[in-house]
Structures are given as C-alpha cells and as structure tokens.
Design a protein around this ligand. Structure first.
Ligand SMILES: N[C@@H](CCC(=O)N[C@@H](CS)C(=O)NCC(=O)O)C(=O)O
Length: 211
C-alpha cells in the first residue's frame, strides 16, 4: 500500500501512525505542494493524506484511513471514541498551536517544499488561510505564553494514559506539529508521551528544525 502525504501535515501523521503502530509495511509517497493534479486524479480534490490500496483504489480522509488500516491486522486500537477531555483540549489548543506551527512549516525542510515553486505555492496557500506569516512570527511571544499555558493544562491528561487508542491520533499529530516551535515547553508527562508515541508509531518529531 502507498500513503501519499506531505511530511509537515498533521493529518498525514495520523495515517503514518497506524502503519507504524501495527508494524504494517507501507510506501510513503510525497505529493509536492502546488501539485493539484495528482491528488485530484486520485480522490477528486486537492487533499492529503491519500491511501492507495494494493487493488489500485484510493481512500482519503485521515481517520477513515486509520480505521481501515487498523482493521487489517491484529487487535483493533481505534474502536473507542476520543476521550472528551483530550478532544476539548485539542479544540481549545488548535488556534495558538497552528498560528505557531504553520509559519515555521512554511520555512521548514520538507520534501514537499523542495522546489521554489512548491514552497511559494505552500506559502500562498497558508497566507490565504492564516494571513501574513511574518505577522504570525512576530506574534510568537504572546502565542507561546498562551500555548505553554495550554500545555501545562495537558500534563494531567496525558500522565495517566496507559494504552494507545483513538485519542492518540488526535493528540500526537498536534504535539508533533508543535515540536517545530522553539521555546515550546513540554512538561515531563507531555515530553514522555510525545517521545514514546514518536518511537512506537515510527513518526519522527520536528525538534531538529525547531525555530
Ligand atoms: N479532513 C481531512 C483534512 C486533511 C487536510 O486538511 N489536509 C491538508 C494538508 S495538512 C490539505 O490537503 N490541504 C489542501 C491542500 O493541500 O491544498 C483529513 O482528515 O484527512
């Protein structure tokens, strides 16, 4: 099976996680930013992740992909609904979280941004959605204060997480996105959780390019 992704994309992290957690081999294929033709041919719109099954058919929507791959082998891990506390935290955190992560994604070292055209297309896409990346970068101190407070609130929620379930497909991709932000403060439980999930799901963090 092939998973078509952007490396920076948190929804694409979900797809990679289930393959990694279940130890199911897959081929990762990068779609370049600005390439609308490839995803549109596959699923009728410009959107990733896309799973290409061995029979040549395609599936979009990250959680549909997760649930499909989860059903392929071993015990299912995504039957339970998302923990309401994790869901509420994620909902409250996404504002500052993406305002911090996205301008850094646009500057990051990702294969889908490897050409000047691809990087320009990505910058244009994000500026259309979020406004000026320069303005967001300039707001870093306030956004960091807000995000670090949210991360302190997350500590007790992850401290007693014992098994991997649906909630992790919501939470880990967000924390992996935040790992590109210099000055972000993960407490001991969030650090332990994030590192453990990265190892178990075989999805690397972005700390080496934090800015
Ligand atoms: N609901 C979708 C959302 C996926 C999504 O928003 N992907 C972004 C990349 S992070 C995307 O493809 N955006 C459209 C684009 O590249 O133009 C899912 O969960 O798979």
């Amino acid at each position: 099976m092939k998973l078509h992704i952007y490396e920076h994309c948190p929804f694409c992290v979900r797809g990679q996680m289930i393959f990694g957690l279940k130890n199911i081999p897959f081929e990762k294929v990068i779609i370049m930013e600005g390439d609308a033709e490839t995803p549109t041919r596959m699923v009728g719109r410009k959107m990733v992740p896309i799973l290409e099954k061995d029979d040549g058919s395609f599936m979009g929507e990250s959680m549909d992909i997760v649930k499909y791959v989860d059903g392929l082998s071993g015990e299912r891990i995504t039957d339970a609904p998302v923990d309401p506390q994790i869901e509420a935290w994620a909902k409250a955190a996404t504002g500052p979280l993406f305002k911090l992560a996205i301008p850094r994604f646009t500057q990051g070292e990702f294969p889908e941004l490897a050409t000047p055209d691809a990087r320009a297309a990505y910058l244009a896409r994000e500026e259309k959605a979020f406004g000026s990346m320069k303005t967001l970068m300039a707001s870093t101190p306030e956004l960091l204060d807000e995000m670090n407070q949210k991360l302190r609130e997350l500590e007790p929620l992850v401290a007693d997480r014992e098994q991997i379930d649906t909630s992790d497909f919501i939470l880990f991709p967000l924390l992996r996105s935040l790992s590109i932000v210099k000055g972000i403060e993960f407490g001991p439980s969030v650090t332990g959780y994030t590192v453990n999930m990265a190892v178990q799901s075989k999805v690397s963090l972005l700390s080496d390019q934090a800015r």
